[in-house]
Design a protein around this ligand. Structure first.
Ligand code: NAP
Length: 250
């Protein structure tokens, strides 16, 4: 059976990836900080889908804990076929109102962990001539959304480059750019989640993402309205887009 390693697998988008990949017959390696919750999700998914589920408790901000996940990905004796770089969080306040350490921790999870885990995974995948990486980015990557948007823009740029660089070696890389999605993300940020058509269902999002990945797409932007927004951002001057940067942060 193929094996998928999913970061941030205990909630929201990562949990939906773990669940849908298990339903497709993937064994799993689940990564998050809360080990009690990791054990609960592992039991839930192995019972529901009859797959083998390993857990790896790690705070991706901490280099020594991130190194444990890198080592698991690099272990050729237990190959990982699909890496889902999903763990992430946002900060409610504006740049200068956040301690710089909080900004740095966000950058570590959104960028440094994606870079280091991709590096660890790509070596064995390229050597085997097969594998895949899904990097969970955001529609915010196309918009002026402070340091969060800047980090996600890095994820898009990196994924687009890696998709072309490693395609010939049999590795598929895709950036998933969700719009607002119903998960724990906003409550963890102390922002009240919204309702209505702009808020995507997490299972719909991941189903659409996996279909795009199966087709070898470089980007997945689920939802017709978010595809339209991403397209429009290429036409509207950045100065005009700045006016919309606080949407979803109240
Ligand atoms: N929801 C949205 O509207 C939305 C929109 C666009 C993009 N995204 C992106 O989607 C991804 C997943 O977000 P989500 O909405 O599913 O959030 P979520 O429901 O809050 O889940 C976040 C997951 O990441 C884990 N995590 C957080 N910090 C971590 C750390 N330092 N080390 C290891 N694991 C960590 C959490 O588990 P522990 O707390 O146990 O570590 C949890 O499993 C993120 O990259 C986010 O930027 C979300």
């Amino acid at each position: 059976m193929p094996t998928a390693l999913v970061t941030g697998a205990t909630a929201g988008i990562g949990h939906a990836f773990a669940s849908q990949l298990a339903a497709r017959g993937h064994d799993l390696v689940l990564v998050a900080r809360d080990d009690v919750r990791l054990a609960e999700v592992a039991a839930e998914l192995s019972t529901a889908h009859g797959v083998s589920v390993e857990t790896l408790a790690a705070d991706l901000v901490q280099p020594d804990q991130l190194a444990l996940v890198e080592a698991r990905l690099a272990d050729a004796s237990q190959p990982v076929d699909l890496l889902v770089n999903n763990a992430g969080f946002g900060l409610k306040k504006r740049f200068l109102d956040n301690p710089v350490d909080a900004e740095h921790a966000m950058l570590d999870v959104l960028v440094t962990a994606v870079l280091r885990l991709s590096h660890a995974a790509l070596g064995p995948m390229a050597a085997r001539g097969s594998g895949g990486i899904i990097n969970v980015s955001s529609v915010a990557a196309f918009l002026p959304r402070g340091t969060y948007g800047a980090a996600k823009a890095w994820v898009n740029s990196f994924s687009e480059w890696a998709a072309h660089e490693y395609r010939a070696q049999g590795v598929t890389v895709m950036a998933l750019c969700p719009g607002f999605t119903k998960t724990e993300f906003h409550t963890r940020m102390d922002v009240t989640p919204g309702t209505g058509f702009m808020w995507l269902d997490v299972d719909f999002l991941v189903e659409a993402a996996l279909k795009d990945f199966d087709k070898g797409r470089v980007y997945s932007i689920p939802g017709a309205h978010y595809k339209a927004i991403a397209g429009l951002t290429r036409l509207i001057p950045s100065r005009a887009l700045q006016a919309y940067q606080s949407i979803g942060r109240k």
